[in-house]
Design a protein around this ligand. Structure first.
Ligand code: PLP
Length: 234
């Protein structure tokens, strides 16, 4: 596909998701400007990131370190905020902090020291969201901290020095009505924010369920397929 045709396709997709966000926010009496679109560009080339930036996208999300690092380097001339949204290994965390502006997937204490070290090396504060699990306990491959461990994890992040705790992130479990999962998230978040009013960001909602997430108070929706189309490989 030519760059121009791809640009038109991305522009049309962005229009459609911006309309969805606006309708979802308006329907529950929220200001659509409270909801930031994070375009999830995993599996898509840096050329798409460039087109999205031209089309007004300010925030991009990636879930794998090597791919994220390469794309962030290829797009270093653009004024973008890079969100790391994937499962994070502690031996990669310092490297992730060398390009990510926001790390959304902090779900255990072990990640805090290396992220903080990476932020120090870069002399750049990193924003952190704690990923909370909405899965039933014991589910295979479960990512995210248990709700009851969030306070402890939040304290570790706040004490680190170069990390700024901004809020929570979650993924709706497969096979459950996302509205029910996001209702639980909304209650977890209310408790969390009551203790830390400045950590009031909530990253929730993907292409299929952004409406339910906006209803539950999401400030960031992470949209891949709805913006970029079906992923080429996965
Ligand atoms: C891939 C991914 C998304 C985007 O998913 P879509 O369904 O393509 O919108 C959102 N969040 C996370 C954590 C992801 O890995």
């Amino acid at each position: 596909m030519s760059d121009l045709a791809r640009r038109d396709e991305l522009a049309a997709n962005l229009d459609a998701v911006r309309r969805r966000i606006e309708a979802a926010a308006t329907a529950v009496g929220r200001d659509p400007d409270e909801v930031t679109l994070v375009a999830v560009t995993k599996f898509f080339p840096a050329s798409d990131v460039r087109l999205l930036a031209e089309l007004g996208v300010t925030d991009v999300g990636e879930n794998r370190h090597q791919e994220a690092q390469d794309k962030a380097a290829a797009c270093a001339d653009l004024d973008l905020r890079w969100h790391f949204i994937g499962g994070l290994q502690s031996n990669k965390a310092a490297a992730v902090a060398s390009y990510a502006d926001v790390v959304e997937s902090v779900d255990r204490r072990k990640l805090v020291a290396p992220l903080n070290r990476g932020a120090h090396e870069r002399s750049h504060e990193i924003e952190v969201l704690l990923q909370v699990s909405l899965d039933p306990p014991g589910r295979e491959g479960r990512a995210g901290a248990d709700a009851e461990d969030l306070d402890d994890l939040a304290r570790a992040v706040e004490e680190a020095g170069m990390l700024r705790l901004r809020g929570l992130m979650a993924v709706a479990p497969l096979g459950e009505d996302p509205s029910a999962a996001y209702d639980r998230l909304s209650r977890i978040r209310a408790d969390f924010v009551a203790a830390r009013p400045s950590a009031d960001l909530l990253s929730a909602g993907m292409s299929a369920d952004l409406e339910a997430a906006v209803k539950a108070g999401a400030t960031h929706v992470r949209l891949g397929t709805a913006v970029l189309g079906p992923r080429p490989r996965n």
